[in-house]
Design a protein around this ligand. Sequence first.
Ligand SMILES: Cc1ncc(COP(=O)(O)O)c(C=O)c1O
Length: 401
Amino acid sequence: MTSDVAPVRLESGPFERFRQGFPALKRKTYLSVCDKMILHDDVRAAVDRFMDHLAVASANRADHELMVVSSRQKFAQLMNIDASTVAAVRNVSDGVNTIAWAMPMARADNVVVCVDAEHPNNIYPWLRLKRRGNEVRLVGHMPDGSLDIDAMIDAIDDRTRIVTCASVTFAPGHRTDLVKLGEGCRKKGAFLLVDGVQSAGVLAHDLSDLPVDGFATSTSKGLLGLYGYGFLYVSPNWIDRLEPAYLSRPAVAMTTDDHSVMGGLDYAYQPDSRRFEVGSYNLAGACAADASLDLLLGLGIEEIESRVLELSTALNEGIAALGLTPAVPASGPQQSHIVTVGALDAGGHGFSTDPKIAPLSKQLAEAQVIHTIRRGQLRFAVHAYNTMNDVETVLDFIRQS
Ligand SMILES: Cc1ncc(COP(=O)(O)O)c(C=O)c1O
């Protein structure tokens, strides 16, 4: 006898233990890490401990700042880089603007960006540079919405200082060929800056081995931390060539780490990426990131990537078998943890004019299957806490719709 209802697959082991730590998953099928993180109990406990300290004034600022040091180190471990190359920043915008204004640029120098595929926070920082006389070369994307890497490389010339791209686009969700683009940049001496927020904590990046010069992320998505805290990696051979646009005590080299102590008027920048840090830190964000990075490192980023790609393949192929057309390939180098469905740009942020997508999205939302619509496409994203049962839940809905 056959049944339309998929068998519940029981899991055990480290991924299931990880899953158990998310209260949201007891009530919802969460397929929206591409929008925002969900909170793990350990992460909440780390922030609570910090709040408890604040409530009774039981630690000083320097003690709390050890969480910044520790979270930088753990992010560096995740990305296979040295902690000295990592700055604690607020979010992607902060990291991107830091590079935009630290890069020495003459008036006619240019930057290259794929205008249609990037998030607004990796477009407006570059448009701002036009007001100081820089050229912004806006490159289009491929018909399927992925970056046109060849066109980006063709747009690079001797006056190109920065090329920027997302490691995975927020929609449709293609993974970018960073090796090809990075090699194109290296030939002309341009800095490749990656907006890594969609993939950090979900897909494996060996930044020491990639031709990537900068990588900016917040912790508010796959890194499973809080809004308002993030990291900026700057490769060691660029740090000294960049002049921070803002300067305050953390970026000044001194023998003490106490950020209230004034040094000499004749200052030097920190020798490492701390020269890009400004003022007091988001300490709650640092506590959260420190705890979430422990969880991710405990699972292993290679293992997380294998799991999410297995889930996204199953979701992608399952959707295709039901007669809809996923936008991102189900396997291969462009595959990511994001699965999108529907005509690109038939609609916009949060709405779709595609007759199949809008009702399906409504039904899913009513059943607490959390997803988003971006660029008119129905968008799902998996993380290590998702299971094949979550995939089956979505496929059941599509089957019945
Ligand atoms: C690719 C991408 N970049 C940047 C952001 C957000 O930027 P920020 O961290 O500056 O808020 C998002 C958020 O959805 C995103 O998807």
